[in-house]
Write a protein that binds this ligand. Structure first.
Ligand SMILES: [Zn+2]
Length: 247
């Protein structure tokens, strides 16, 4: 399997690689698998990266419009190009759109802080979430949520972000992960059997979740959040929308 740097070094933006497989999507877009990549393939509410592949021998480049997991590999989908795709064995470098990725890392980390505060201070469980670069939403089982509470939550999350809390990535054996009470609330028990290693993201002192995404290394890199809306998705389920801004 190709080396997947996004899970171990979220700050890796580019790497030299070679093409190990080429396929074609139903719409005709070339699909490229490399022996190593910095791209995040999407998942857990975080969209995949975008960027470019550059071939060493002739300097030709291709736009990577998206990426996804396919049979365990990270597959890069190229925009259709009159020159056709690169070939198996080509030496390339792959670069991700870093401004977009960093915005996603800040947003993703902000959502963890939101989740951590809402659990710690209101005991509300998260049921889902989604994000774009710079904005996101989370759904909670939070029957008594009100506008006043949402203002209070915004202020509390910003205090936590400004506290400069470290954000740690850990990979634990399944049994060990299942023994952590905090992880149960994020539905670690829904992970398919057969996954033996559980990756966790910890905002030290605030939040711990089983998670596959990319995050900044310290909450101070997020900046601050602004709650841009909240709505009822039923009697119990409530949605909070946030934007991430420079601190
Ligand atoms: Zn995450």
């Amino acid at each position: 399997m190709g080396q997947q740097l996004c899970y171990v070094d979220a700050y890796a933006r580019s790497i030299d690689a070679s093409v190990v497989a080429i396929d074609v999507a139903p719409d005709g877009s070339p699909i490229v698998v490399l022996d190593r990549t910095v791209f995040y393939p999407g998942g857990g509410g975080q969209p995949s990266d975008r960027g470019h592949i550059l071939r060493a021998v002739d300097g030709r480049s291709w736009t990577v419009g998206s990426a996804r997991k396919s049979a365990g590999e990270i597959a890069h989908e190229l925009e259709i190009d009159v020159h056709g795709p690169p070939a198996v064995g080509d030496a390339v470098s792959i670069d991700l759109d870093w401004a977009r990725r960093l915005a996603l890392m800040r947003t993703h980390t902000a959502l963890h802080a939101l989740c951590g505060v809402v659990w710690r201070d209101y005991g509300a469980l998260v049921t889902g979430g989604n994000m774009e670069p710079g904005s996101g939403r989370m759904d909670f089982e939070f029957e008594r949520m009100t506008g006043d509470l949402v203002d209070e939550i915004e202020a509390k999350v910003n205090v936590e972000l400004m506290a400069g809390r470290e954000v740690r990535v850990n990979v634990l054996p399944r049994a060990e992960a299942f023994a952590i009470p905090d992880l149960i609330r994020t539905k670690v028990n829904l992970l398919p059997e057969g996954i033996e290693q559980i990756r966790t993201i910890e905002i030290v002192g605030l939040d711990l979740q089983a998670d596959g995404g990319t995050h900044v290394a310290n909450t101070s890199e997020v900046g601050r959040i602004r709650v841009t809306g909240y709505e009822s998705k039923g009697r119990i389920n409530k949605r909070i929308r946030i934007a991430v801004e420079d601190g």
